[in-house]
Design a protein around this ligand. Structure first.
Ligand code: SF4
Length: 179
């Protein structure tokens, strides 16, 4: 009987995708990784729903919209380990720079004042923003933090390798904020 591989997921909330780029920067080591796990949900694979019984979910980005908020809770219910990947997930970082401003001001600035075409705040297909962008641990319990903007590929690889070997990685030895 074929043994089931552990399920790994990655999620992109309010971030720039740089943390996912750093994950892909592990280069050819990604072949060993995909041989060791099933990547069941990620911007780099297709499934649209978040499955059950995920061993670990890497979360990039702050929690900024109602969609982010609901997805964060779903991830928590369905993942054994939730890992905040990068400074936006860990501290709020860049997305939290909007927090001093009211949502109406932000939308006006982004979609009207700074728009050179199609001026107007979109009303369809855009999840409502929450009042502030928050780090992940303020919304759900987080098991592991990988700081960095983005975290280095070697650090991500080391931490995943340790987890898959059943060890608890010491993230402080391979990461630092703003790296
Ligand atoms: Fe982008 Fe840096 Fe935020 Fe990662 S931590 S999503 S690289 S801004």
């Amino acid at each position: 009987m074929t043994q089931m591989k552990p399920k790994l997921a990655t999620v992109w909330l309010d971030g720039c995708s740089g943390c996912h780029m750093s994950l892909l920067d592990i280069d050819e080591r990604i072949i060993d990784l995909v041989n060791a796990v099933d990547i069941v949900h990620s911007p780099v694979v297709d499934p649209k729903t978040f499955p059950d019984d995920v061993l670990a979910t890497l979360v990039e980005g702050a929690v900024s919209s109602e969609h982010d908020y609901e997805l964060a809770h779903l991830i928590r219910r369905r993942s054994k380990l939730v890992i905040a990947l990068g400074d936006c997930a860990v501290t709020g970082n860049v997305p939290a720079m909007r927090n001093p401003f009211k949502i109406d001001q932000l939308l006006q600035r982004a979609y009207v004042e700074n728009a050179t075409a199609n001026q107007g705040v979109p009303t369809v297909g855009i999840p409502p923003l929450r009042k502030t962008a928050r780090p992940l641990h303020e919304i759900i319990k987080v098991d592991l933090f990988i700081p960095g903007c983005p975290p280095p590929a070697d650090a991500i690889h080391h931490i995943l390798t340790e987890l898959l070997a059943g060890r608890t990685p010491d993230t402080g030895t391979v990461t630092r904020f703003g790296l």
